[in-house]
Ligand binder design. Structure first.
Ligand SMILES: Nc1nc2c(ncn2[C@@H]2O[C@H](COP(=O)(O)OP(=O)(O)OP(=O)(O)O)[C@@H](O)[C@H]2O)c(=O)[nH]1
Length: 382
């Protein structure tokens, strides 16, 4: 952790460190099944099933018009950089009815996503949301409540901003009237017709990744050493980004990066190869040695508008996308390649796939050093 903490002897830990990487086990998780659970709740027709179909099944948004009303809890398991479950709860059930086993639903969850239809009358939805928060606050205080002010695509900019403000105000006022100040509630404006739903989901998931600060620090260092404007670490299949560097964004960069992921997915559908075969080989190897196998890597440099884009597949699930400004032209690619390699090595130490590890096998994070712009520092000539 040398460059992160500047401890003189942090390179080689004196004692064996317990594993610090994410096991998926959350503070309120009792089963310890390594699968953080996200609940989708809200009024009937607010858009819950549409959100999970678009984000996790790549359903074209216009086809959600034909989705049927959910009548039972729909559970989806996602297998990706970390395994998690998404539960879509029918909107018409009162979950705090005494006949209902609330523990069964709430005891394992990491985040509750409450969907409010911004195109509809929302007072009832806010009342239900607040009732739920107040009911949960005693038994499960560590649940993050994430409010998606949804379907904002149909609203004018002014009306959208007013509605958003009004909903935040009403929720927080009502909670503080009940003596609950500073409730852990966050708000997002979302729509399935643009990138906003993916961006909001990314932020929800990031809160469940304990190593996020380390990932951000690594990305910050990478950006600094290669003069990258913005770097994202993407989960390729879901287009969720699990971390980004901490520099302020101009809003459009997520969109550019995620469009680029679409291109990669399309191209790999045509030219890609079956990863399941590779998986078996990889698991064999993991039994014998450490770490995940290197992924097939794709490196590319392309001019798009004002930016150069750089993409590299980091492992089977994750890709790094960097947006570069004008002062980091394509000739610097060798330095960037080198540093991204360093980043990849560091990531393996911080974020191995925990469930693939043989028991008792601990990774140690031993510190990494990025190369700098001067060719001498990284041993590459011009
Ligand atoms: N304009 C717009 N419509 C949306 C959006 N998201 C969902 N919808 C529409 O909202 C309607 C209801 O969506 P569902 O996903 O079935 O709603 P639900 O919350 O799962 O409903 P229940 O299953 O009854 O609880 C569908 O016709 C969707 O096409 C959005 O972002 N914008």
């Amino acid at each position: 952790m040398r460059y992160l903490q500047e401890l003189p002897d942090a390179d080689i830990p004196h004692t064996e460190m317990p594993p610090r990487y994410h096991t998926g086990r959350l503070p309120n998780s009792k089963a310890g099944d390594d699968k953080p659970r996200l609940l989708l709740m809200g009024q009937p027709r607010s858009g819950k099933s549409s959100i999970s179909s678009v984000v996790f099944h790549k359903l074209p948004p216009s086809e959600t018009l034909y989705l049927e009303t959910t009548t039972r809890i729909k559970k989806e398991s996602m297998h990706s950089f970390m395994d998690f479950q998404v539960w879509d709860l029918p909107g018409h059930v009162d979950y705090f009815d005494p006949s209902f086993h609330v523990d069964h639903i709430f005891e394992e969850i990491g985040a509750l996503i409450w969907v409010i239809d911004a195109q509809d009358e929302y007072l009832e939805a806010i009342m239900q949301l607040n009732k739920t928060i107040l009911n949960l606050q005693h038994s499960y205080p560590s649940i993050n409540v994430e409010v998606f002010v949804h379907k904002v695509d149909g609203l004018s900019d002014d009306y959208k901003a007013d509605t958003f403000r009004d909903i935040i105000q009403r929720v927080t006022d009502e909670l503080s009237d009940h003596g609950y100040e500073n409730a852990p509630v966050s708000f997002y404006q979302t729509s399935i017709y643009d990138h906003s739903i993916f961006e909001a989901f990314s932020k929800v998931i990031q809160k469940l990744i304990p190593q996020l600060p380390t990932l951000e620090a690594l990305l910050d260092s990478l950006c600094q050493s290669c003069r990258i404007e913005k770097a994202y670490l993407f989960d390729i299949m879901s287009k969720i980004y699990i971390a980004a560097d901490t520099s302020p964004t101009d809003g459009g960069s997520y969109e550019i990066a995620s469009d680029y992921i679409d291109v990669v997915i399309d191209v790999s559908e045509i030219y890609g190869w079956d990863r399941t075969l590779a998986l078996e080989v990889e698991e064999e190897e993991i039994r014998g040695e450490s770490g995940c196998n290197d992924a097939e890597s794709l490196i590319t440099m392309e001019r798009k508008g004002n930016h150069y884009l750089y993409l590299r597949e980091i492992n089977k699930y994750l890709a790094l996308i960097c947006l570069m400004g004008d002062d980091s032209p394509a000739e610097k690619k060798a330095v960037i390649d080198y540093n991204v390699g360093v980043f990849q090595t560091a990531l393996k130490q911080v974020f191995p796939r925990a469930e693939r590890e043989p028991p008792g096998h601990h990774h140690r994070y031993e510190g990494v050093e990025f190369g700098h712009d001067e060719p001498a520092a990284v041993g590459v000539g011009r």
